[in-house]
Design a protein around this ligand. Structure first.
Ligand SMILES: [Ca+2]
Ligand SMILES: [Ca+2]
Length: 293
């Protein structure tokens, strides 16, 4: 802690008031050059002082406080991959800069976390954490651009980053639905189709569509440039759905028996699946996906 005294604000100070403040100063000897060589017993004369960090002798400390929620907290709990934003400002003046010190005493932030600003006195800490752990970030706001100006009391922000517990499917669904909806499998289960586009949620995930808005079936169909006798149907896949089983089934009629299409006609990569089928004849194909919930 680095309290400093400046003469930029006139406050009448009584001896008893000064004594109180002196007790807060970790380095009482710093008082000596400012108050002259007469020693600590001659505090009776009114002095003009401003305390940095403790703004007045009445104990009205300048604090940092969160601003982007109605219920401020200094503990943030998120999962890996979950975005958060925590904004703060000083209770009095606008801060022009701020410093952050982590548990190790350096300014390194957890992976995926950044500090921005302050802009108009508001600082932001946020991002998408990439590593689990509990991180204590000690933030100090400064009235000026350098870190030797008036400062707020330090605030310890605790960031708890938990290992992601959701499957890729659940994380995908959580981007589109509320917690209440996520708890209702009739809305967000893999076989539900809340947006009524005929594409169930499992397939919305595998195809990286929007499970809460109408989508047309994606993909491109054309003649295979390598073989004019063959049709080529290419469908892009969600790169986060690599664990899903994706394949085609075929049938001579829509009411008929669906059989898996032979592997020689299907090519799957992490980001697409391609069906190659003879142009001659008539056959129905459908995409089939199986996911881990
Ligand atoms: Ca749907
Ligand atoms: Ca949809």
């Amino acid at each position: 802690m680095n309290y400093r005294i400046a003469y930029d604000r006139a406050v009448n100070v009584t001896a008893s008031g000064l004594a109180m403040v002196a007790q807060r100063l970790p380095l009482v000897k710093n008082l000596t050059p400012i108050f002259g060589g007469t020693g600590g017993s001659h505090f009776a004369a009114p002095l003009a002082v401003t305390f940095v960090g403790t703004h007045a002798l009445s104990g009205q400390s300048i604090m940092l406080q969160q601003t982007n929620t109605s219920e401020p907290t200094d503990v943030i709990e998120v999962e890996i991959g979950e975005a958060f934003q925590w904004e703060f400002k000083a209770t009095r003046y606008n801060i022009s800069s701020f410093g952050i010190v982590n548990d190790n005493g350096t300014d390194q932030l957890p992976a995926g976390v950044v500090a921005i600003g302050p802009q108009s006195g508001i600082g932001t800490i946020g991002g998408i954490p990439e590593e689990p752990g509990t991180f204590t970030l000690t933030i100090t706001g400064y009235r000026g651009n350098n870190q030797r100006s008036s400062q707020t009391l330090p605030l310890d922000l605790t960031l708890i980053v938990k290992d992601s517990v959701g499957s890729p499917f659940k994380i995908f669904m959580s981007d589109h639905f509320t917690a209440e909806e996520l708890a209702n499998p009739a809305i967000t289960g893999p076989t539900a189709d809340p947006d009524l586009d005929g594409i169930d949620n499992a397939m919305e995930f595998v195809l990286d569509l929007n499970p809460s808005a109408f989508d047309a079936m994606p993909g491109t169909i054309g003649v295979d440039s390598n073989n004019p006798q063959m049709l080529r149907y290419e469908i892009p896949l969600n790169g986060l759905a690599t664990a899903a089983t994706v394949g085609f089934e075929e049938s001579a009629s829509l009411e008929g028996q669906w059989q898996p299409t032979l592997g020689e006609f299907v090519e799957r990569t992490d980001t697409m699946i391609v069906l190659t089928a003879p142009l001659a004849g008539k056959k129905f194909y459908r995409l089939k996906v199986t996911i881990e919930e």
